[in-house]
Write a protein that binds this ligand. Structure first.
Ligand SMILES: Cc1cc2nc3c(=O)[nH]c(=O)nc-3n(C[C@H](O)[C@H](O)[C@H](O)COP(=O)(O)OP(=O)(O)OC[C@H]3O[C@@H](n4cnc5c(N)ncnc54)[C@H](O)[C@@H]3O)c2cc1C
Length: 413
């Protein structure tokens, strides 16, 4: 039985570990935190996931919350100009629903499932020296580092040709709340994407399932050093919510009308921070000659503006699983590791990365035109919403002025 070591108990590491167990592999997961620590900790994401990624979980029976999590029926994009006044609405239904299950709930349960399904869990914050020792022992056929944006990422060199940014492009401020009233323009659970162009930022409103039941997430993405960047220090949760609501009242009054009964879901319901989007080389070399393969956020960490990191982590787990299964008993050498990542990059990650990086810039004219057209034409709005499940579609109609022109022209015929 082939032995795989996975460092990091997040979306990618646990999904890959659980699916490898189902395929008969010997799996060990190293986790910095116990299930109790994860449940009792702070949120780590807004983790909204769409159908393609969710299906890769369903395939291995990992969709444990599907009957309780709000089913996201679509996207409501609102552009404001100037701040405080709405310029346009796009209502884009999804063909298949999306879901956001608090990672505190999901990862704690999946970690327990690893042991229940016959895997081994070692609770330890892993260092490079630990990895060096473990790979030198030769106990595992393959070691995958799926430790998110933590310090182990330094093992993998930044790829400058795929990483256009050298500083964070947004400040992030998340609050999980109960009591938000439904969106009157899209009363089914829907993700709100409120963009405030002109150097301000965006507010996302995401229906989710948390430890205390269904909730909504109010998530500000603010342009660093812009007028909304009041999130440089970590605030006390009550102060965090107060500031979140003050900004909503001033800049997005149509969302504020829904906030009269809003309260935090729990004592640790907030998250703030920022990071530089970075793509890395996939193979980490250890001092004693061992090699490890980086996965998901370790190697492709994009800004959450398009809500794709968990989706990509699931797709990465799926892609690596297929590559491992196809490789049979052959050695997991450098060539295999590089090919495995490159296939994932070309088939999935590059599309998401380019779209996401583009959305961090002022909206180009052709995107403004597409949004204007989508506010009038359900076919465009629907295609836009479904792109969140499969961003490879954007190259065909959204990514360039030429593609947008051809697409709009084809609709007019
Ligand atoms: C504010 C915010 C909002 C987001 N919203 C969305 C969204 O709506 N939709 C979406 O798809 N994505 C979203 N994302 C991105 C998404 O959360 C991540 O991309 C995704 O969780 C990455 O999965 P992963 O498995 O690579 O890493 P993670 O989920 O980060 O898991 C890594 C795990 O490794 C552990 N670990 C770290 N270092 C070590 C170590 N040395 N030893 C042992 N264990 C270690 C960590 O504790 C963690 O459990 C958001 C991110 C942020 C910050």
């Amino acid at each position: 039985m082939r032995r795989v070591l996975i460092v990091g108990a997040g979306q990618c590491g646990l999904q890959l570990g659980l699916s490898l167990l189902a395929e008969g592999y010997d799996v060990t997961v190293m986790s910095a935190r116990t299930p109790e620590e994860i449940r009792g900790g702070w949120p780590t994401s807004t983790q909204c996931m769409f159908n393609l990624a969710l299906q890769s979980e369903r395939d291995y029976g990992l969709n444990l919350w599907e009957d309780r999590v709000p089913h996201v029926a679509g996207l409501h994009i609102a552009l404001s100009a100037p701040p405080g006044q709405k310029a346009l609405d796009v209502i884009g239904p999804l063909d298949h629903h999306g879901e956001s299950t608090d990672q505190r709930l999901k990862m704690a349960a999946w970690l327990e499932l690893i042991e229940q399904r016959g895997g081994t869990v070692i609770y330890q914050g892993v260092t490079t020296a630990d990895l060096d020792g473990l790979t030198a022992l030769g106990r595992y056929d393959l070691t995958i580092v799926a430790a998110g944006r933590g310090e182990l990422g330094a093992l993998f060199d930044r790829n400058p040709s795929r990483s256009p940014f050298v500083s964070p492009q947004r400040g992030l401020a998340v609050a999980y709340v109960h009591g938000l009233a439904p969106d009157p323009m899209f009363p089914q659970p829907s993700v709100g994407f409120n963009a405030i162009p002109g150097g301000f930022g965006e507010l996302f409103v995401i229906p989710a399932l948390t430890l205390s039941g269904p909730c909504d997430i109010l998530f500000w993405e603010v342009i660093p050093d812009g007028p909304l960047d009041l999130w440089k220090e970590r605030l006390d949760p009550a102060e965090h919510l107060k500031r979140t609501l003050e900004l909503i009242r001033e800049y997005l009054p149509w969302v504020y009308e829904r906030c009269a009964n809003v309260e935090l879901t729990d004592a640790r319901a907030t998250l703030s921070g920022r990071f530089t989007p970075t793509v890395r080389h996939p193979v980490g070399d250890l001092p004693s000659g061992g090699m490890v393969l980086g996965a998901a956020d370790v190697v492709v960490a994009n800004d959450p503006i398009t809500g794709q990191g968990s989706n990509m982590a699931a797709k990465c787990a799926h892609a690596y699983l297929q590559a491992i299964l196809a490789h049979g008993d052959a050695p997991f050498d450098r060539e295999w590791m590089e090919e495995t990542f490159e296939k994932f990059w070309i088939e999935t990650a590059v599309h998401t990365t380019m779209w996401t990086n583009g959305m961090l810039q002022p909206l180009p004219e052709h995107v403004q035109q597409l949004l204007g057209a989508a506010s009038q034409d359900q076919r465009i709005a629907r295609r836009l919403a479904n792109g969140f499940s499969d961003p490879t579609d954007f190259q065909h109609w959204f990514a360039t002025p030429e593609a947008a022109k051809a697409y709009l022209g084809s609709l007019a015929e």
